[in-house]
Ligand binder design. Structure first.
Ligand code: ADP
Length: 573
């Protein structure tokens, strides 16, 4: 998997594409907002030095009018700047959100399985962090930053005796900001990891709610969750303490700066090096310096979080996708599926799950794969579907390497029925149609009838409009599997792979499914992982897997007697 290191050059590219176009406008607006900010100190300076000392009421009227116009312009500019930032936020939500979803959904199954489920949800939180930061106060603080130099220059020109105080204050703020960014950034990372650990457990509790209830595990699981919660709270407190500490230090630094300015200014006035108006104006200008600097302290953390979130998002966006496009449209394959010398490893440290396997199915017929638990049957099916890529060897569909086809194309040619028959929340119709909005009723009905779904769905009050519930929980596992078989048959694929389709069926249902599978196998290649004697007898060929290798394979009439013999021997020993 590509780490963030591998795509440094790509880091922030997508973000830059979104924020980049808005940046010149933001900078120009900020320039005017900062220039207008000079009006208040100038106003006060004039009032102190001219109006008060020379009783210039007419001047005061003109100054008040002028400052009112400035306030109005300032308001309009700030509103415009907010609008631009809102548009940036929207672009992040829409463009980056869409890109992230497409990316996650388009990643190879192996990459998706390499992280726990909630890690993917956290990526969408990263998206929120990016959105809130690029469209929030942190970006305004960053855009305002260059004007600090301008204000510093102005103060030095206006009140030279105060220059060194300003320079010291600016350096102190930058140091505080840096320290805050590093320490709070580190604390935030620890907090994120603690929260992820806690949420992982929460996810599993929801998934395993039946086990939790049936095995009365609520007490011990609560203790585990509280441990995770405590770690999360502790890290949040630490992060909060550090963040509050630097924010308060920033506030104190602001007060110290005002006192230092006033004191040094007072001495300068006594030495006749400055007027009172200049001191008051310098004090006001100092707020234009100090405000963005202290804002920077809080923003620094947001910017560090932005950097990390954008880094994680970019690392995912740089992952290679499943193939999405085909060079040419090929005709429907005849259904010959061949695995050639394929080796597959989940964990490089452990033994391969499949070792140089070669097997051929079809075209046409019913083919069974048997073997003890953990022998690699499911892995072989996933490999045959192109969901996993073999480390060595290849999978051929009608003599063409399957890796050249897009996922959409393979999914249209090879139907796959997982063991748990997972369904997405929605109606039976939507699930069979794979949520395609343009699926024809006739195709859905044909698939449902062939899979034996129609008989039990037609009985329901809402028929095909029945909601299947979360993960398909409204139906029994056997019924879910039937709907999953119908889903696999939509589009009439020449090959169907089924993972233990009878594991949750009673004898009658198993018999019924056997009839349906034989019917399907008349015009398709049907490959199934099964231990059902009825299905084994009905099959044309049997492949026996043991510890990731093929122990026995051939026509059913040759393999079955030997298989039964070994079973009888095992029972006998
Ligand atoms: P079967 O379907 O025959 O029960 P599998 O194909 O599920 O066997 O698994 C074959 C081997 O690969 C087993 O040793 C199993 O522990 C291992 N395995 C399966 N899935 C994973 C996974 N996601 N990560 C690591 N190892 C796995």
């Amino acid at each position: 998997m590509n780490g963030p290191e591998n795509n440094r050059s790509g880091r922030f590219r997508l973000l830059a594409d979104i924020v980049g176009p808005a940046l010149p406008g933001l900078l120009i607006m900020s320039l005017f907002i900062n220039l207008l900010a000079l009006a208040t100190p100038l106003f006060v300076m004039q009032v102190y030095d001219r109006v008060i000392f020379h009783a210039g009421l007419t001047t005061l009227q003109a100054l008040v009018l002028g400052i009112c116009a400035v306030i109005l312009f300032d308001f309009i500019l700030r509103q415009a700047r907010s609008r631009v930032l809102q548009r940036v936020a929207l672009a992040v939500d829409v463009d980056l959100g869409r890109a992230l979803f497409a990316k996650v959904a388009g990643l190879p199954l192996q990459v998706l399985e390499s992280r726990p489920g909630h890690a993917w949800q956290f990526l969408f939180r990263d998206l929120e962090t990016v959105r809130n930061t690029v469209a929030g106060a942190a970006v305004i603080a960053l855009v305002d930053l260059p004007f600090i130099v301008f204000f510093l220059g102005l103060v030095i020109w206006l009140a030279p005796p105060l220059a060194w105080v300003f320079a010291l204050v600016a350096v102190a703020f930058v140091l505080l900001g840096l320290w805050n960014g590093i320490s709070v950034g580190r604390a935030s990372r620890i907090e994120r990891e603690a929260t992820m650990r806690r949420d992982r457990l929460l996810n599993e509790i929801v998934l395993g709610r039946t086990v939790m209830k049936s095995a009365a595990m609520a007490g011990p699981l609560q203790a585990l969750w509280e441990k995770g919660q405590a770690a999360s709270i502790q890290s949040a407190i630490k992060r909060g303490r550090l963040a509050d500490g630097s924010m308060n230090a920033g506030a104190s630094l602001g007060v110290i700066a005002t006192i230092a300015l006033t004191s040094v200014g007072a001495v300068a006035i006594l030495d006749l090096k400055m007027t009172i108006g200049t001191l008051v104006a310098a004090n006001l200008l100092s707020s234009r310096l100090i405000a963005p600097l202290s804002q920077l302290i809080t923003s620094w953390r947001s910017l560090a979080a932005l950097r990390e979130s954008a880094g994680r998002l970019n690392a995912i966006l740089a992952e290679p996708d499943d193939r999405r496009l085909d060079a040419i449209d090929l005709p429907r394959p005849s259904g010959k599926l061949q695995v050639e010398e394929a080796t597959f490893t989940y964990d490089p440290e452990a033994a391969p799950a499949l070792k140089a396997i070669s097997v051929r199915f079809g075209p046409g017929g019913l083919h069974a794969i048997v073997g003890p638990n953990g022998s690699g049957k499911t892995t072989l099916l996933k490999l045959a579907h192109g969901l996993y890529r073999p480390a060595t060897g290849r999978v051929l569909l009608d003599d063409a390497d399957i890796s050249q086809f897009s996922r959409d194309q393979v999914a249209a040619w090879i139907g796959y029925v997982p063991q748990d028959g997972f369904l997405f929340s929605g109606t039976v119709r939507e699930n069979i149609a794979r949520f395609a909005t343009d699926a024809a009723d006739a195709d859905i009905l044909a698939a449902a009838e062939l899979a034996g779904v129609h008989s039990f769905v037609a009985d329901l009050p809402d028929g095909y409009d029945t909601q299947v519930g979360e993960g398909g929980g409204r139906f029994s596992t056997g019924q879910r599997q039937r709907i999953a078989i119908a889903r696999a048959l939509v589009g009439n694929p020449p090959i169907v792979l089924l993972d233990e389709p009878t594991s949750n069926l009673d004898r009658d249902a198993e018999d019924d499914l056997r009839r349906h599978l034989c019917e399907m196998a008349r015009s398709r290649t049907v490959v199934m992982v099964t231990h059902s004697p009825a299905l084994l007898q009905a099959s044309d060929s049997i492949t026996v897997l043991v510890k990731g290798t093929i122990a026995l394979a051939g026509r059913t009439e040759q393999v079955l007697p030997r298989l039964m013999g070994s079973h009888v021997r095992q029972v006998g020993t």
